[in-house]
Design a protein around this ligand. Structure first.
Ligand code: ATP
Length: 585
């Protein structure tokens, strides 16, 4: 309960709209109330009409008023219901369209925090799922609960007009279905809902993993085991769902029994009050029948309240995304003035580790503007980690990483104008060649595109394509070879024109001859930039100014390729090994 109050207080997505559209909200509640009231009044007047007609009145005019009222309430009930649906859906659509715009703006601004802390899938989940859930929150929980409670109180007051003792009895009996049942539902189904959501989240992770590794499962001949594992997850969720359905059935059944019992109490009450005279008995059926249409309104409180845990998560998630984005926007405003004028990179006594595993210890390194540096080291030595520290994706536990004396952590939005990255598998989209290149510079002219294509030796290839720059690349650029894809990515980086370029084993998937050719193009075209190249292969190593070798959390070797070749036996061995690889292929 405390959690619920805290959430409502903090919420900027769902509850504030109740205040801003309060007139429309009052109309919805009024129409909802009138639907149930007309239903009850229809039963009341028909009950009276049947009893009175059974007494064979001397004149039809004696039952004329109940006939008119029966007709009026008979028409009134569906009309009010229709109007209520119309107004409440209109209200919800109005608000949800505001939500959608707000959420799209949030995602579109693409604040780093939203992307960093929220996976793409999660953002889509929010767009598709959470907004839909909030729609249901208004329609299935909030409106029916308020309307049900209004009906509950009015029934008790209505009986209270005749007898306060009976009114108290009715209040307590109906309280079991309007107050107690929702609380029990919340306690029982809330825990199940939570467990179900956890299982669903695990299932999504498992399924993603399975889809990614499907080929390996098939090749290992273990598809039956895979299907069994997935089935077990589905079974667990289905079990919870069936328990929930079982509970709901019993709850609704008890609700119907309580209404039945209320009818008996009303029968006793009406008999005591009206049973004395031959005209008075006509009111008995009227009072008893009037309670039945209220059943829907009263039992839907439990259904609605029981769904609250489902909505709670969606509301929390929306608010958290909002808070993250706001904090990020604030940070960016305070950082706007920071823009280094000199791209010299300095790592000063940097120490870093994941959890308890130390990766780099007291490492210092200066990379002046325009230097080409290769980072070597065995697998797991910490090369990728070093790149993450340079990009500000990880923070050092001790020491500092600065670019032009600005800490990389403070660069935030300026990072894309300072550093570009070329990795093993640059992504090419199922769009035109021109669009893929313009990812590096949105307003690049066709001349600029041809210019960079020429630099990366792709001009001839693109000229020969059926539609030149307008040729679609097809998904992941699959119509081009690995070497060509890297050249396209390099062209994109040239357009981006950052002073620093990171190469994360960009040629690892290429054959040795293409590898050397691509590397030569890379270093030729990036001649005026700082290049930081992580590599396992020594092919093309002579193209750099400096080589460092990371080992035991430190820089174990450093120098120009020529110097290392002359002085370091280990480097000579590595070079011979790499050359041997090349010869043997
Ligand atoms: N996110 C992480 N959480 C925990 N440990 C990690 C994480 N990323 C890397 N490590 C560990 O840190 C160490 C350094 O990893 P890193 O990826 O930097 O090595 P690398 O030199 O780039 O290796 P490779 O050449 O194989 O890519 C490894 O022992 C690795 O297991």
């Amino acid at each position: 309960m405390r959690k619920m109050i805290l959430l409502i207080k903090r919420d900027t997505w769902v509850f504030p709209y109740l205040r801003s559209y309060k007139k429309l909200l009052a109309l919805i509640i009024f129409l909802g109330f009138m639907t149930t009231f007309s239903g009850a009044a229809l039963m009341f007047t028909s009950g009276f009409l049947i009893s009175r007609s059974a007494q064979i009145p001397e004149n039809i005019l004696m039952v004329y008023v109940p006939i008119v009222l029966t007709r009026a309430f008979g028409i009134g009930r569906p009309s009010f219901r229709y109007a209520e649906r119309l107004v409440s859906h209109n209200w919800v659509l109005k608000i949800v369209s505001t939500f959608r715009r707000r959420l799209y703006e949030l995602v579109e601004t693409g604040t780093k925090s939203v992307y960093a802390k929220t996976q793409t899938g999660e953002v889509l989940n929010v767009l598709a799922n959470d907004l839909f859930k909030i729609e249901n929150f208004y329609l299935r929980t909030l409106f029916p609960t308020v309307i049900g409670l209004v009906i509950y109180v009015l029934i008790a007051i209505g009986v209270g007009v005749f007898d306060w003792g009976f009114a108290l009895a009715i209040f307590i009996i109906l309280g079991m279905t309007t107050i107690l049942a929702p609380m029990i539902t919340l306690a029982v189904n809330g825990a199940r809902d939570f467990k179900q959501q956890q299982l669903e989240a695990e299932l999504y992770t498992d399924l993603t993993d399975t889809v990614m590794g499907l080929q390996d499962w098939i090749l290992a001949g273990r598809t039956a085991e895979l299907a069994e594992r997935q089935q077990a997850d589905f079974n667990a969720i289905n079990q919870l769902k069936s328990k929930q359905a079982h509970f709901n059935w019993w709850r609704d059944f008890s609700g119907a029994m309580i209404i039945g019992f209320t009818a008996i109490v009303l029968l006793v009450f009406a008999t005591r009050h009206f049973g004395g005279s031959s005209f008075g008995v006509n009111w008995i059926a009227a009072f008893v029948l009037a309670i039945f249409p209220a059943e829907d309104a009263l039992t839907s409180i439990s259904t609605g309240v029981g769904e609250w845990p489902r909505y709670q998560n969606s509301i929390t998630r929306l608010n958290e995304m909002d808070e993250q984005a706001q904090a990020e926007a604030q940070l960016q405003t305070t950082q706007q003035a920071v823009q280094p004028n000199d791209p010299t990179i300095v790592l000063n006594q940097v120490t870093f580790g994941y959890d308890q595993t130390p990766v780099l210890q007291d490492l210092s390194l200066t990379i002046p503007d325009g230097q080409k540096i290769a980072i070597l080291g065995q697998s797991g030595a910490g090369k990728t980690t070093l790149l993450k520290l340079l990009l500000g994706d990880e923070m050092p536990l001790a020491g500092t990483v600065t670019i032009g004396s600005t800490a990389v952590a403070d660069l935030s939005s300026q990072r894309a104008t300072l550093i570009a990255v070329l990795d093993q598998q640059p992504y090419l989209f199922a769009s035109t060649v021109a669009n893929n290149l313009r990812l590096g510079k949105l307003d690049a002219t066709d001349e600029e595109l041809w210019d960079v294509l020429e630099q990366v030796n792709l001009k001839e290839l693109v000229v020969q394509l059926p539609d030149g720059l307008a040729t679609p690349m097809s998904e992941m650029g699959s119509r081009f070879s690995g070497g060509e894809r890297q050249r396209f990515a390099l062209a994109r980086i040239l357009l981006q024109d950052t002073p620093i370029v990171i190469l994360d084993e960009p040629t690892v998937a290429l054959d040795p001859i293409t590898e050397l050719a691509v590397l030569q193009t890379i270093f030729k075209t990036l001649h005026d930039k700082t290049v930081i190249w992580v590599t396992h292969h020594l092919t093309g190593i002579e193209l750099v100014d400096k080589v460092i070798f990371i080992e035991n959390q430190q820089i174990a070797m450093a120098g120009t390729p020529a110097k290392l070749m002359a002085t370091e036996r280990r480097f000579q061995r590595l070079l011979a090994l790499d050359h041997g690889d090349l010869m043997s292929e």
